[in-house]
Design a protein around this ligand. Structure first.
Ligand code: ZN
Length: 166
């Protein structure tokens, strides 16, 4: 399906060249968490402003630098989570990471694909994020794609722990 792969490549390049929600947020009230992927040299800084009253991600910004996969994934992530409830955001994180882990299925001991991987039935539609599905064919790049997501999950965990401690 060359047509679909071309479309996916276009989406990834568009987010890389024109990243959405790029910048910083004042800390506090926002939370700032850095993530690194030493395999590729990617760094991402996630600024997330969680509104405790609404239980929602009021705003999110991305800083840092790295390869096209890491930066476009971060850009797409901001569009998927901004303004959403924390509960929904956690579902999107789960669904995205499930999509990124399918490579582990159907591989033999040496990492060759021997069976068709079983695609998880996504609990939430991933939209443009589907464009990153092809990354699973390159296991070394998966950490590029999941970096910003793991960083966001860490920020949400910290925000939650802090709210509970109050
Ligand atoms: Zn990378």
């Amino acid at each position: 399906m060359a047509g679909l792969e071309d479309l996916y490549r276009e989406i990834i390049l568009d987010h890389y060249r024109n990243p959405r929600n790029r910048g910083e947020l004042p800390v506090p009230p926002a939370r700032r968490v850095e993530g690194f992927n030493p395999l590729c040299g990617d760094e991402v800084v996630v600024f997330v402003d969680v509104d405790p009253a609404a239980g929602a991600v009021a705003d999110v910004r991305i800083a840092g630098q790295g390869c096209s996969i890491s930066q476009s994934s971060a850009s797409m992530m901001t569009g998927a989570v901004k303004g959403q409830t924390v509960e929904h955001v956690r579902e999107v994180i789960r669904a995205f990471k499930a999509m990124m882990s399918i490579h582990e299925q159907g591989l033999d001991g040496e990492g060759r694909q021997v069976d068709e991987p079983v695609l998880p039935d996504p609990a939430v539609p991933l939209g443009d994020l589907e464009a990153l599905r092809g990354v699973v064919k390159f296991p070394v790049r998966i950490k590029c794609a999941t970096l910003s997501w793991n960083t966001l999950a860490q920020a949400l965990d910290e925000a939650e722990a802090e709210a509970e401690a109050r």
